[in-house]
Design a protein around this ligand. Structure first.
Ligand SMILES: NC(=O)c1ccc[n+]([C@@H]2O[C@H](COP(=O)([O-])OP(=O)(O)OC[C@H]3O[C@@H](n4cnc5c(N)ncnc54)[C@H](O)[C@@H]3O)[C@@H](O)[C@H]2O)c1
Length: 296
């Protein structure tokens, strides 16, 4: 089954990137946000990202206009009814996702494939919010931030996923220029299963006074050849999102390595979400020169 018309739910960090990547691959894309204001904000991000691609010579000015022209914003779920595939990238909350899928199921044509970009929630638990006939058409499509640049997509199947639907999702990942890896429906899939405990440990190291923010980041960057340190990466991912993911994974596995450290919780309660709110482990008043925060 070829996927040409794509719906995206949420135009935040991930939804905007997924919409852009799908449009760049030639798909017609409709993105749904809860308010027009949030939609406009997401589209401003897409335009900025496309402009950067054009400046660097990765796309022509003509392609920039064409890609932008293939993405439409809406606040109505109804506008997603004819999509071949809908990818959900809303807040990492099971009830919010189940509620959205339940409504979407009533709107979309029977063939529409439903996919979630969840980082840690169970695809199976989302799938059961839809009618039995839809359940074989449910997969996980877990992209990485920033989506237009990151090459990986985890393609997740449940025990009910139809073989042909699954292969169409794998093929869709390839169409977007990604390398698909196959994963089972286990919280965190492959990457977050390994990455989340590492990120949480870096916060524990900071709490315990093992090193400063800059030294922990430099340690992993220069000592292990990582492109960025764990605290910088946390600011990119979003501390709110990481906190939700850690809570979900801890709930699933009951292992300390997935438990959110108290400092992470305090930072989220204080509204320090990382780059998206201007402050996290670093202060981004000047985004080109992040200054480490005083946190412990
Ligand atoms: N941040 C990351 O690095 C990352 C990476 C991979 C996967 N994810 C996953 O992607 C999802 C989104 O994460 P994000 O970082 O983009 O979050 P975000 O907070 O940047 O964006 C979420 C957006 O969804 C919108 N939204 C909420 N309810 C909605 C609804 N019912 N319909 C349409 N839009 C709705 C919100 O207004 C918000 O703009 C989460 O499930 C997260 O776990 C995040």
């Amino acid at each position: 089954m070829e996927i040409n018309r794509v719906g995206v739910l949420g135009c935040g960090l991930m939804g905007s990137g997924i919409a852009q990547a799908a449009a760049a691959a030639g798909c017609e894309v409709v993105v749904r946000e809860v308010t027009q204001d949030l939609c406009d904000r997401g589209f401003a991000g897409i335009e900025k990202s496309l402009a950067r691609f054009a400046e660097k010579g990765n796309i022509t000015a003509e392609q920039q206009t064409e890609i932008r022209g293939r993405i439409r914003g809406t606040t109505s779920l109804e506008d997603l009814k004819d999509c071949d595939l809908v990818i959900e990238a809303i807040v990492e909350n099971l009830e919010a996702k189940r509620d959205t899928y339940n409504q979407l199921d009533a709107v979309c044509k029977p063939e529409t494939i439903f996919a979630s970009n969840t980082s840690s929630l169970s695809i199976t638990e989302m799938m059961t919010a839809t009618r039995p006939e839809r359940q074989a058409r449910f997969v996980g499509l877990h992209f990485f931030n920033p989506v237009p640049l990151m090459k990986l997509v985890e393609v997740v199947r449940t025990i009910l996923t139809d073989e042909e639907v699954y292969e169409s999702a794998v093929e869709f990942g390839r169409k977007l220029g990604k390398v698909p890896v196959r994963a089972g429906d286990k919280s965190g899939f492959i990457v977050n299963r390994l990455l989340v405990p590492y990120l949480l440990d870096s916060i524990r190291a900071l709490e315990e006074g093992v090193g400063s923010i800059v030294d922990i980041d430099n340690g992993m960057k220069l000592g292990c050849g990582h492109p960025m340190g764990p605290l910088t990466l946390l600011d990119f991912v979003g501390l709110d999102t990481t906190y939700y993911i850690a809570e979900i994974m801890f709930e699933e596995f009951r292992e300390k390595r997935f438990a959110p450290p108290p400092l992470l919780k305090r930072m989220v309660k204080a509204g320090l979400y990382g780059r998206k709110t201007g402050r996290g482990f670093y202060d981004y008043a000047d985004p080109k020169k992040p200054v480490p925060m005083s946190l412990v």
